[in-house]
Design a protein around this ligand. Sequence first.
Ligand code: URA
Length: 183
Amino acid sequence: MTRRKQIEELHEIIRKCTLCPLHETRTNAVPGEGPCTAHVMIIGEAPGAREDESGRPFVGRSGELLISLMHEIGLSRDSVFITSILKSRPPKNRTPTQSEISACKPHLERQIEIINPKIIILLGGVAISSLVGPWKVSEAHGRFYETDGRTYFMTYHPAAALRFPKVKVLMREDFQTLSQELV
Ligand code: URA
C-alpha cells in the first residue's frame, strides 16, 4: 500500500475515533495534514476552536504565527506535515489530560512511522513531555534531541509566543537555530 493510502486510511480512523471522551464534545477530529513524504513534521498540543470547526490543524492565530516563523527560515506550510498530540479539541482549550494523551498516542506514533520524517519539531511542553520526557520548555527550547532513532527539535508553542513577546523573540531564535540544520 502506498504511504498516501496508509495515511488516508489512518486519518479516516482518527476522524471516527472514540477512544477518549473528547469525541463527545468535538465538532471535527483534526488528524493533521501535509505531504506523506515530508522531511519535517511539526507537532503541537491540541486543536483549538478554529481547528475543531474546520478539521484542519493550525488554522487559527497560533497557526498564523507558526507559518510566518516557518516562512522566515524558508519553510512553506505545504512542505511540512503538521499535527498535534491530541486530535480532538479539549473543552475550552484546557490542557490535555494524561489519559487523553495516552489514548491518542498510537495515532501519532503511526503517523510518525508512515511519514518517517528526518526531523520532528515539538511545540511546547505537552508535545515535549509526551515524546521526549519531562523537560521544561524554558530549558529544552532551541535544542535537538535524539532518541529511538528519531531527531527532535524543541521549541515553544506559538500560543505562548502570542501571549508573551519575550517568548516570541526566543521562538524566532530557535527557528534560526533549526534552519542551520535544515540546509
Ligand atoms: N494549537 C495546536 O497545538 N494545534 C492546533 O492544531 C492548533 C493550535
